[in-house]
Design a protein around this ligand. Structure first.
Ligand SMILES: Nc1nc2c(ncn2[C@@H]2O[C@H](COP(=O)(O)OP(=O)(O)OP(=O)(O)O)[C@@H](O)[C@H]2O)c(=O)[nH]1
Ligand SMILES: [Mg+2]
Length: 278
C-alpha cells in the first residue's frame, strides 16, 4: 500500500458554495452536451429561468452518472477521470502509462476534446480500445458531461477491461463540476503553470483524490518551487496524495502506476497481482 492511500479513501467535506461554478449563479453559459436546450430564454425573469434550467441539467447529469457508476460496478472496472489545463500532459501521461502497463492490465480509454481525434491517434500504437468524444458538435462544451460518457461506454466491452481512464477536456475549472460516474478524479498540474494555481482554481483540487505534478524534468530550467506547489494543493485539500511525475524521463511514474494498480485491485477484489489472464 502507498503511504497515502488511506487518505484517498476518505470522503472530503462538500466544497463551499463559493467554489462552485456551474452549480452557482455565474454568468458563464454552457450547452451541457447531450441534454441542452439551445432555445433562447424568454424575456423577463430570465435569470430565474436560467438557474432552474441549470439545476435541472445538473440533476440530469447526476442521474446519468449514477447509471454509469452502476455499469462500471457491475463489471468491476476502476475508472479514473484525468483533468487539467490544456497541455498539462494528460495524453503524455497516458502514453507513458500504457507503455508500462502493456500485458499487465486491461485498460480502456475515453478521450475528451472539443475538436480533433489527435489524442486518440497518439494512443493508437498502444493497441488498447480508445473512444473519442468531441464536444464540438454539441456546442463545444469545456468538459465531459455524463450523457456523452454513457454513450462512449456503449462502444467499449466493459467485460474485457480492468480499468478505464477518461481524459477530460483540457480545462482547470469546468470538468470538476461534472460527475461522470468515475471512481477517482485525478488532477494534473504541470510545473510550468505556476505555484498559485491550486489557490486560484480550487474546485478542481478540492474534488480530486490524487494530484500529479507533471513535467518535473523541466524543474532545473524553471524558477518554480515544488514544495510551494505541494503546500498550495494541501491548503485546498490536505487529504490528497501529490505525486511529482515526468512522462518525458519516467521519473515518479512507478508511484502513479502503483496507485493505479492498487485502486484496480480494490475495485476488482484482487488480493494479489492481476490474474495471469489479465
Ligand atoms: N518536458 C516535458 N514535456 C511534456 C511532458 N508531458 C507532456 N509534455 C509536453 O507537453 C505538451 C502537451 O502535452 P499533452 O500530453 O498533449 O497535454 P494534454 O494535457 O493532453 O493536452 P490537451 O489534451 O490539449 O488538454 C506536449 O508538447 C508534450 O510533449 C513531460 O513530462 N515533460
Ligand atoms: Mg490530451
Amino acid at each position: 500500500m502507498m503511504p497515502n492511500d488511506r487518505a484517498t479513501l476518505l470522503p472530503p467535506a462538500p466544497p463551499p458554495a463559493s467554489l462552485r461554478h456551474h452549480r452557482g449563479r455565474g454568468p458563464h453559459e454552457h450547452n451541457d452536451a447531450g441534454f441542452s436546450d439551445p432555445r433562447p430564454l424568454p424575456s423577463g425573469g430570465a435569470r430565474t429561468t436560467s438557474v432552474e434550467v441549470r439545476t435541472n441539467l445538473l440533476a440530469a447529469n447526476d442521474r446519468y452518472a449514477e447509471v454509469i457508476r452502476a455499469r462500471l460496478r457491475e463489471h468491476g472496472v476502476f475508472t479514473a477521470n484525468l483533468m487539467s489545463s490544456p497541455g498539462a500532459g494528460k495524453t503524455a501521461l497516458l502514453e507513458a502509462t500504457l507503455a508500462r502497463l502493456s500485458g499487465k492490465l486491461r485498460v480502456g480509454i475515453i478521450e475528451g476534446d472539443i475538436e480533433t481525434t489527435a489524442d486518440t491517434d497518439r494512443l493508437a500504437p498502444y493497441g488498447v480500445p480508445v473512444v473519442q468524444i468531441n464536444t464540438g458538435p454539441f456546442g463545444g462544451d469545456c468538459h465531459l458531461a455524463a450523457p456523452l460518457v454513457a454513450g462512449a461506454l456503449d462502444k467499449l466491452d466493459l467485460g474485457a477491461l480492468d480499468a478505464l481512464i477518461v481524459e477530460n477536456v483540457g480545462n482547470l475549472v469546468c470538468p470538476a463540476e461534472f460527475d461522470i460516474g468515475e471512481d477517482r478524479k485525478v488532477v494534473l498540474l504541470s510545473v510550468t503553470e505556476g505555484e498559485d494555481k491550486p489557490l486560484k482554481y480550487p474546485l478542481m483540487f478540492h474534488e480530486a483524490r490524487l494530484a500529479l505534478v507533471t513535467k518535473i524534468d523541466l524543474l532545473p530550467y524553471l524558477d518554480v518551487d515544488l514544495d510551494l506547489i505541494r503546500a498550495n494543493i494541501a491548503r485546498i485539500n490536505p487529504q490528497i496524495p501529490v505525486f511529482p511525475v515526468s512522462a518525458r524521463n519516467g521519473e515518479g511514474l512507478d508511484v502513479w502506476l502503483d496507485w493505479l494498480l492498487q485502486e484496480v485491485r480494490t475495485k476488482r477484489g484482487w488480493h494479489t497481482d492481476p490474474p495471469p489472464s489479465a
